[in-house]
Design a protein around this ligand. Structure first.
Ligand code: ADP
Length: 434
C-alpha cells in the first residue's frame, strides 16, 4: 500500500514537472490544446495528491520544497503556503527515539541526494511545528534525469502513531501473560523432574517414557515464555542493558571454551579462529601477540547472542564443525559463527531475523525451537549500533556475522577510567588553608 502510494506520488510528480515544462512551450493552437489536456491532468493530480492521507513532498535540486500536499500539512502542522519554498530541514525535522535530532548524514532526504538510491526509515520521529513527536514511516526517492544527475527528491511519509500504540499494547499483553505463565510452567517442570528422579520416585518404564516427553514439552514451553518475555522487552526498550568496555577476543575465546561441550556431545568439532585486523591495535609497549578488539557492549547480552547462534549452529548441523571466529579492521569488530550444516535457502534468508520465522524444512519440523532467537539477537545487536546477518547456501553450511563498532585501545582506556571514576568517585582534591 505504502509502496503503491510512493509510485503514485512519483508518477504525479513527473506529470507535474512535464506540465510545467510544456506550459512554457505552448505557443500555437496545438500546443495550447496540449496545455489544456495537461491542465486537466494536473487537476487530476491535485485531486489525488489532496486525497492521499500520506504526506507527499517534492524537493528541487536545492532541497527546497516545491510541492507539499494536504497529508504532509496535516502530519507536520505546517500550512502548505508556508512550507513551500522553504528548505526541507525547517519543515521535516526528524529525531531518533532518544529525541536527538538527526544529523545531516542520517536524514533520509539528505541520504537520497548522496546515494541516489531510495531510502526508507521506519524509526524516525517527526518534530512537528508545535513540537509534538509523530512516529513516521518515511520513504524518499531521488529524481534522476537522463544524464544521471539528481534533479530533486520525493518523500512519502505516514503517521504510524496508531500502529505503534497497538504494538505497545500487544507487547505489554505478551510480556504480562508470559511472565505470569512462566511460574506455573516452572513448577510443573520441577515436579516432573522429581518424578523422573530415581531417588525420589519409583515409576515403571512406560510412565517414565510419558513423563520424559511431558518434561521435554514443558521445557520447550518454558523457553517459549522466556523468549516471548525477552522479545517483548527488546521491542519496547525494557531489556536490561549495561554496556561497558569489553575486549572481545578474550571474551569470545572464553565463551568458545564454555560452549565447546554442547557441540562435542553431538560429535561436532569446535574451532576458535582469531583473525588479525588490518591494523593491529594492541596496548602500547606490549609484545603484540594477538589483536585487541574493544567494543562498548553489555557482556551478558552479547553472550546471549553468541550462545544462541552457536546453539543454532549445533542444532542444525548433523556432522562436521562449528567455528567461532573474530576479526576486524580499524572501525569494526566482526564475530562470526560458521557451521557445516545444511545451510539456508536463499528465499528464507531475508525473513530469518523476523519474529517467529522458522524455515519450513524436515530439520525444523523435528528440531524444537520458537523462531524468536534470531529476532532477539538482532534486537540486542542493534542496541550497540551493530549489524547481524547471515551468508548461507543450501548444502554448504551457514555463517552468521555480527559487526560491532570498534573502540581503539586509547578510547577503551579512557572510557574504562571514566566508568571507574563514575562508580567510585574521583579522589577528593586536597585543599590547603593558610
Ligand atoms: P529457532 O528457535 O527455531 O531455532 P531462531 O530464531 O533461532 O529460532 O532461528 C530461526 C530459524 O532459522 C530456525 O528455525 C532455522 O530454520 C533457521 N536457522 C537458524 N540458524 C541456523 C543454522 N545455523 N543453520 C540452518 N538454519 C538455521
Amino acid at each position: 500500500m505504502f509502496a503503491l502510494a510512493l509510485v503514485l506520488a512519483i508518477v504525479i510528480v513527473i506529470i507535474y514537472i512535464v506540465y510545467d515544462k510544456k506550459r512554457h512551450k505552448a505557443t500555437n493552437t496545438g500546443a495550447s490544446r496540449l496545455a489544456e489536456d495537461l491542465r486537466d491532468e494536473r487537476k487530476k493530480s491535485d485531486i489525488i495528491l489532496g486525497a492521499i492521507e500520506d504526506g507527499v513532498v517534492l524537493l528541487d535540486s536545492k532541497k527546497t520544497i516545491q510541492l507539499f500536499n494536504t497529508g504532509a500539512s496535516k502530519i507536520t502542522g505546517w500550512p502548505i503556503a508556508e512550507a513551500l519554498n522553504l528548505d526541507y530541514k525547517s519543515v521535516i525535522k526528524l529525531v531518533n527515539d532518544k529525541d536527538e535530532p538527526y544529523i545531516d548524514g542520517d536524514h533520509p532526504l539528505e541520504k537520497v541526494f548522496e546515494s541516489s538510491a531510495p531510502i526508507r526509515d521506519n524509526n524516525a520521529l517527526l518534530a512537528s511545528r508545535s513540537d509534538k513527536r509523530v512516529p513516521l514511516f518515511l520513504s524518499a526517492s531521488p529524481l534522476v534525469d537522463e544524464q544521471g544527475n539528481i534533479r530533486g527528491a520525493v518523500a512519502v511519509f505516514r503517521d504510524v502513531s496508531q500502529e505503534r500504540q497497538e504494538e505497545k499494547q500487544r507487547g505489554e499483553f505478551i510480556s504480562t501473560a508470559s511472565h505470569e505463565m512462566r511460574t506455573p510452567v516452572a513448577a510443573i517442570e520441577g515436579y516432573l523432574s522429581l518424578a523422573l528422579n530415581d531417588k525420589v520416585a519409583t515409576i515403571d518404564s512406560r510412565a517414565r517414557d510419558y513423563l520424559e516427553k511431558a518434561h521435554a514439552s514443558t521445557q520447550h514451553l518454558g523457553q517459549l515464555f522466556q523468549d516471548l518475555l525477552t522479545s517483548a522487552k527488546a521491542e519496547d526498550g525494557r531489556l536490561i542493558n549495561h554496556p561497558e568496555v569489553v575486549e572481545l577476543s578474550g571474551f569470545s575465546q572464553a565463551l568458545a571454551d564454555d560452549l565447546r561441550f554442547s557441540a562435542e556431545k553431538k560429535g561436532l568439532a569446535v574451532e576458535y579462529a582469531l583473525g588479525s585486523s588490518n591494523r593491529i591495535d594492541a596496548s602500547a609497549g606490549e609484545n603484540i601477540i594477538q589483536p585487541l578488539y574493544y567494543a562498548n557492549v553489555d557482556p551478558d547480552r552479547l553472550r546471549e547472542v553468541i550462545t544462541n547462534l552457536f546453539d543454532n549452529a549445533c542444532k542444525y548441523t548433523e556432522e562436521g564443525k562449528v567455528t567461532l571466529g573474530i576479526t576486524g579492521d580499524e572501525n569494526v569488530v566482526q564475530l562470526y559463527i560458521k557451521d557445516t550444516g545444511n545451510g539456508i535457502a536463499r528465499e528464507d534468508i531475508p525473513h530469518l531475523f523476523q519474529k517467529f520465522y522458522r524455515v519450513d524444512s524436515s530439520a525444523t519440523r523435528t528440531i524444537g525451537g520458537t523462531g524468536l532467537g534470531l529476532f532477539i539477537c538482532r534486537k540486542i545487536i542493534e542496541l550497540y549500533n551493530g549489524r547481524i546477518w547471515v551468508e548461507s547456501e543450501l548444502g554448504h553450511g551457514s555463517t552468521f556475522f555480527i559487526n560491532l563498532p570498534r573502540l581503539s585501545s586509547q578510547k577503551a582506556e579512557q572510557m574504562k577510567k571514566a566508568a571507574t571514576s563514575e562508580k567510585y568517585g574521583t579522589p577528593l582534591q586536597q585543599t590547603t588553608t593558610s
